[in-house]
Unconditional design. Structure first.
Length: 391
């Protein structure tokens, strides 16, 4: 750490923060990365890792690998940020449970804070989701789904199981008809119906996949053409879509739902994957409350086109933690990360030239510096360029 340089603290090691880290020039700043996971996770291949098509290890990259390739040292702390103190420019961090020796909180100071903490799964307050359902966001979720999936199939293969129990165990339910839910239903189909047929021929025809969605159609944010294509494909693959169906409660072995005709029904299941979208993390909620006049969005942090947090000029935020006009995708987050790295380089150069101009320079030198300053004075806002959908 160079005491003459400003320190940027980066929260998170996801799409936004990792792309920022890869591009930031450490010549200009000290860098500290704080994240409860010390690796980047390539989320588009997470569904495939639940069924073993790809190995989890092949879709993660250690943050220390990224930091090792920088020209100057970056500090990496595997910890969770629990609080931000914008007045004193510090963050409080806590060890992750697996590393915890004893309860300990530490404070880390910053000149600039870059926040890329993403979002967490939304349960809409439905009881039992956390306890009995599986999310699909982190590596540990993929491991849990894989274990449950295989337990369901192996239990169904045990001798003496009743036909009802086999039916329940082999009923895989996905809640949420967004991109993640749809992708996962298709992935499960390929694995259970196609791949498993060789290993469990007696069970393959008994597997059933259902998708539950509260809205009138799946993929509401996509085009009608894609919706029709998906529905047609699912029909062919015998994946049942229950639209206008609201989950009211999740029990250990069954879901309680309100059907389109308002009747209450129960759906027995073996595996339940909950993919109903995102909500803000506790850290983001806490920060929103600190700026009641400028942070007025419930879906995330409000930032300007330079990713500066509205209401606090030393804090920047990007990715799923923010509420912007862009979709919450890795594609957006990684472009924002790249942009912010360029932004900070220009900011440094601009500030350095400003300092020079404050000093008494000779006429010729002053003219030269002023010209350079003109070139970097205006920092262009972020512009998203869509390169197609990975979904
Ligand atoms: C299954 C799945 C498939 C997807 N497929 C695609 C796809 O094909 N294409 C696409 O563009 N997008 C896809 N996405 C969406 C994409 O993953 C997200 O939009 C993207 O991860 C958002 O990036 P982020 O950096 O904002 O957050 P994340 O990538 O979620 O990273 C957040 C980081 O913050 C850390 N963190 C959390 N809390 C704290 C804290 N308190 N202190 C410090 N660190 C913290 C987390 O550990 C993590 O490292 C998919 C998502 C999922 C779940």
């Amino acid at each position: 750490m160079d005491p003459d340089k400003k320190t940027i603290v980066v929260l998170g090691s996801g799409w936004a923060s990792t792309s920022f880290l890869k591009d930031i020039d450490t010549k200009y700043y000290n860098l500290i990365v704080i994240s409860p996971r010390n690796y980047f996770l390539f989320t588009p291949l997470l569904p495939s890792s639940t069924v073993g098509t790809v190995d989890l290890k092949s879709i993660i990259e250690p943050i220390r690998f990224t930091s090792r390739h920088k020209t100057r040292d970056i500090k990496v702390y595997e910890a969770e940020c629990t609080r931000i103190d914008p007045e004193n420019k510090t963050v409080m961090i806590k060890d992750v449970p697996s590393n915890k020796v004893k309860e300990s909180e530490r404070s880390v100071s910053y000149d600039y804070l870059v926040l890329g903490v993403g979002a967490r799964n939304s349960t809409f307050g439905v009881q039992g989701v956390d306890r009995y359902g599986c999310f699909l966001k982190e590596a540990k979720d993929a491991r849990k789904i894989h274990n449950r999936l295989m337990a369901c199939v192996e239990n169904a293969a045990l001798p003496g199981q009743s036909p009802e129990e086999i039916k329940r165990l082999l009923h895989m339910v996905i809640v949420g008809g967004g991109a993640t839910g749809i992708e996962y239903a298709a992935e499960l189909h390929d694995f259970l119906i196609d791949d498993l047929r060789t290993w469990y021929p007696e069970l393959a025809d008994k597997v059933k996949i259902s998708l539950v969605e509260a809205l009138p159609s799946v993929l509401p944010q996509f085009s009608q053409k894609l919706i029709k294509y998906t529905e047609g494909n699912f029909r062919k693959q015998d994946i049942t879509i229950h639209t206008k169906t609201m989950v009211k409660e999740v029990r250990e072995k069954e879901l309680v739902v309100k059907a389109p005709d308002d009747s209450i029904e129960t759906i027995p299941y073996g595996l339940l994957v909950w993919a109903t979208g995102n909500t803000t993390t506790p850290l983001v909620n806490d920060l929103i409350q600190k700026f009641p006049e400028t942070q007025t969005h419930k879906k995330g942090l409000v930032v300007d086109d330079w990713m500066r947090l509205k209401g606090c000029e030393d804090i920047y935020a990007f990715g799923d933690a923010t509420a912007t006009r862009y979709a919450p995708t890795g594609q957006v987050a990684s472009q924002q990360g790249k942009y912010l790295a360029r932004y900070f380089k220009q900011l440094y150069i601009r500030q350095a030239l400003e300092e020079q101009l404050k000093k008494g320079l000779g006429e010729k030198e002053k003219e030269k510096v002023e010209k350079k300053f003109e070139r970097v004075k205006e920092i262009k806002p972020f512009h998203y360029s869509h390169h197609g959908s990975l979904w």
